[in-house]
Write a protein that binds this ligand. Structure first.
Ligand code: G3I
Length: 377
């Protein structure tokens, strides 16, 4: 399969000047082990995680987002430590800036993440009782989702709830919420979010749902079991997020991904790719080779999902390599800067950009909503 950088109508309308840049990009060969499903007239909305500071500082970054995205997700702005450094106060400055930018540019917004064990303020450890934890979680969700009611169309309601030993016990991660409230904190979070904005798309998202091996099978099982339980109880859940942090040394299990997507869809839910990027630690240093391998990894995931019915949205975790969390958290052993995202440090499109634009046009959109499924944001 050959990806050519062509611009779709929407991109062309958004920025004719940038079209010339894209059209000049070399074709990139990416191996596909299956025939493509027929193209569909509508593609999957695509987007990326954004940081408020960058939006404020950098016009070229803003323009690239407007050109390349249909939606954005708040990378760090709405995490507990940013929103609530102290218990009594909510600071919406960064979130509001992202929403203002997105709406002015005609982009929709995903919110990340209402309940998450990561990036929480120290005061959270002072919660002691079930009642206290329940009240704090409800207050947080009600305030944040309420603040963005009608403005943030889709939420990661509970993020990364699967235990790192998913085969043990219930497979749920031991977090402060689960310890104090019990396993039903997930259900409670979803119900509270739905009350605060009944039209929002509510998503459970997790990592390591993409690879081959028993560990990853167990993680997929925990996610499916949890989703099934929510649907059975009539809990307002609309989508499952596969984060899509891919690794250069791990194989995307196309068959298992396909099965997983079909099972999620059979529950009446949609699948989203919520945090796509490629951790390139073991790929060769050579830029051209590395960029193609990164694109191939992402292609394998998106193509497997497409063949199983498609994703409701695909978002990369950042747009430009220099802003990627992988630079800090997953550095290469040779010290070279990581290249995990669609655009390079100078905002030039790389092969991963072409893969994203390819699926933007062609991924089979989800079937019309049924049961407790909501429309895409
Ligand atoms: O960019 C600054 C740099 O200028 C500064 O000198 C340096 C020194 O501290 O920090 C750099 O920022 C760090 C940033 O990652 C770089 O991407 C922040 O300190 C660090 O807190 C931040 O971490 C965030 C990470 O979650 C925390 O675990 C990332 O922004 C964020 O992308 C990442 O996102 C998570 C999702 O929420 C959940 N799924 C996994 C994903 C990746 O870990």
């Amino acid at each position: 399969m050959v990806f050519r950088a062509r611009i779709d109508r929407r991109t062309a309308l958004r920025g004719a000047a940038l079209g010339a840049t894209l059209a000049l990009e070399p074709a990139v060969a990416v191996a596909a082990s299956r025939p493509k499903p027929p193209s569909m007239p509508l593609g999957t909305p695509i987007g990326c995680a954004v940081q408020a500071e960058l939006l404020a500082q950098n016009d070229a970054y803003r323009q690239a987002i407007i050109r390349d995205c249909d939606m954005v997700v708040t990378e760090d702005a709405l995490k507990w430590d940013r929103l609530r450094p102290s218990r009594g106060k909510f600071d919406f400055t960064e979130g509001d800036a992202i929403v203002r930018f997105a709406h002015a540019a005609g982009l929709s917004v995903r919110g990340h993440a209402l309940v998450f064990h990561g990036q929480v303020p120290p005061w959270l450890d002072t919660l002691r009782t079930r009642a206290e934890a329940e009240a704090e979680m409800r207050k947080h969700i009600t305030t944040v989702v309420g603040h963005y009611r009608g403005k943030i169309a889709s939420w990661d309601v509970v993020n990364e709830f699967t235990d790192d030993s998913p085969e043990r016990g219930t497979g749920l991660r031991d977090t402060i919420w689960r310890r104090l409230i019990g396993d039903n904190y997930i259900e409670m979070a979803l119900r509270t979010a739905a009350q605060a904005d009944p039209s929002a798309q509510l998503v459970l998202s997790d990592y390591f749902l993409e690879f081959a091996g028993e560990h990853y099978d167990s993680r997929r099982e925990v996610m499916l079991r949890t989703a099934q339980a929510m649907v059975t109880k009539g809990v307002p859940l609309h989508g499952i997020g596969m984060q899509g942090h891919l690794y250069s040394d791990r194989v995307v299990d196309r068959e298992a991904v396909g099965r997983f997507v079909r099972e999620v869809r059979a529950l009446g839910l949609v699948v989203l790719v919520t945090e796509l990027d490629v951790i390139d630690q073991t790929f060769p240093a050579d830029l051209r080779q590395r960029d193609e391998l990164v694109a191939q990894q992402a292609f394998q995931l998106l193509d497997a999902i497409s063949a199983a019915g498609g994703a409701d949205a695909v978002l990369t975790w950042g747009l430009r390599d220099r802003d990627s969390w992988t630079r800090w958290h997953k550095p290469r052993p040779d010290g070279l800067p990581t290249r995990s995202l669609p655009l390079d440090d100078d905002l030039k499109p790389k092969p991963l950009h072409h893969v994203m634009q390819h699926f933007r046009r062609r991924v089979v959109a989800s079937e019309p909503p049924s049961g407790n499924t909501k429309r895409s944001p």
